[in-house]
Design a protein around this ligand. Structure first.
Ligand code: SAH
Length: 356
């Protein structure tokens, strides 16, 4: 059984209707309130319902829209970073990236993270709590309302491990896709996981045509064990087997993220090993007459003060990319957005915590 929802924004339309009716209000109110909520208008700010009715509803279940605690706009590329404050004073981050094809928001799924990846700022203080579906959705709503622009793509790549908050993340995906609300197509949504195999196997059965991103970062179990503790639970071969099954079940491509850390996972031997492992696990395993489209996103590690990890020199990064391509694996080096606002997730929240 799913837990009971604690905020208005987390409710499916049918649940909102149920609540409204239980408060003695006509059913059609829910049809007014749901779209308004998803535009960032709380019941008490709606002009077509009375103050008393709005109060009754918000007393029954609070709205809990995230509040903008801090907003940074990059002078270089217009990337916008938000530090949002939640009802209990906890903070999370979201980033809006501006591309030619539209705005993409990167949202957080938890306050902190318990996955313990060695290079990541979000996990340093551990996990504080899960976000509700409404708190994940609220990031999209408030950012869009604040910018006065539509957001057309979502990546679940902010603070937290989405698969570690499965029920709320799934609820968020369904809510943000709802045609009575923001209505973002599943094909415009990516979910990134550090390699939570149970989550991947569960999600492939939900029949949502989203894109899956896998934070791989090492193809060798010994190295991956060291930088990503989740590898001790599900190793590289179990993870890639789940990826193959995902692709066979959904027909949706997977993108592999590989953070390059100097001296840890970025030598020519690491590139050769990565290509070998991906090719033997995935290539030559066709489904529906197609070959698994392997694509690796290379991300020079973003230095986090507490970790001391550094990216390799540019020529080493290029050599790594070229070595993958030579083995038939498409690889691109990710362009860094918002370099002047420290746009990678997790760092602003830490800074804010230290200062307060
Ligand atoms: N927990 C999920 C989603 C959040 S992290 C996951 O692990 O996929 C989003 C991406 O940023 C992941 O690929 C993560 O490994 C990467 N990342 C975290 N810290 C980083 C850093 N300091 N430099 C570069 N990438 C980093």
């Amino acid at each position: 059984m799913e837990n009971k929802q604690t905020d208005l924004l987390s409710l499916y339309p049918e649940e909102l209707t149920e609540l409204i009716v239980s408060l003695g209000e006509p059913k059609y109110r829910a049809g007014q309130i749901f779209p308004a909520l998803h535009k960032g208008i709380r019941p008490s700010a709606m002009t077509n319902i009375s103050k008393a009715t709005a109060e009754k509803i918000e007393n029954a279940l609070p709205c809990r829209m995230p509040e903008i605690e801090q907003k940074l706009v990059s002078k270089v590329d217009g990337t916008v970073k938000y530090l949002f404050r939640l009802h209990d004073g906890e903070c999370i981050e979201s980033v809006v990236m501006r591309y030619n094809h539209g705005n993409t928001i990167c949202v957080s799924s938890q306050v902190g993270c318990r996955m313990g990846c060695a290079f990541c700022a979000s996990t340093i203080g551990g996990k504080v709590r899960d976000l509700t579906a409404g708190e994940i959705l609220g990031q999209v709503i408030v950012a869009s309302a604040d910018m006065g622009e539509r957001i057309s793509n979502i990546v679940l790549m902010g603070i937290g491990e989405p698969m570690d908050n499965y029920d709320n993340v799934l609820r968020f995906l369904r809510l943000v896709n709802d045609e009575r609300g923001i209505c973002i197509g599943y094909r415009h949504i990516s979910l990134s996981t550090c390699g939570h195999v149970d989550g991947i196997r569960r999600l492939m059965k939900e029949d949502l045509p989203i894109t899956l991103s896998i934070s791989l970062h090492a193809a060798d179990d010994e190295v991956r064990d060291k930088i990503m503790p989740i590898n001790k639970r599900w190793n590289v071969s179990e993870l890639l087997a789940a990826c193959l099954d995902w692709w066979r079940a959904t027909g949706r491509r997977i993108s592999f993220e590989y953070t390059l850390i100097d001296g840890q996972n970025s030598s020519p031997a690491d590139a050769a090993h990565l290509a070998g492992v991906l090719n033997s696990a995935l290539r030559g395993k066709p489904s529906r007459g197609e070959k698994f489209p392997i694509h690796v996103n290379l991300i020079p590690v973003n230095p986090v003060r507490e970790t001391g990890l550094m990216p390799p020199a540019p020529d080493k990064i290029e050599a790594f990319r070229a070595a993958l391509e030579k083995k038939g694996i498409r690889a691109t080096v990710r362009r860094k957005l918002g370099p002047d606002i420290n746009a990678s997730c997790g760092q602003l929240r830490r800074q804010h915590k230290e200062e307060n």
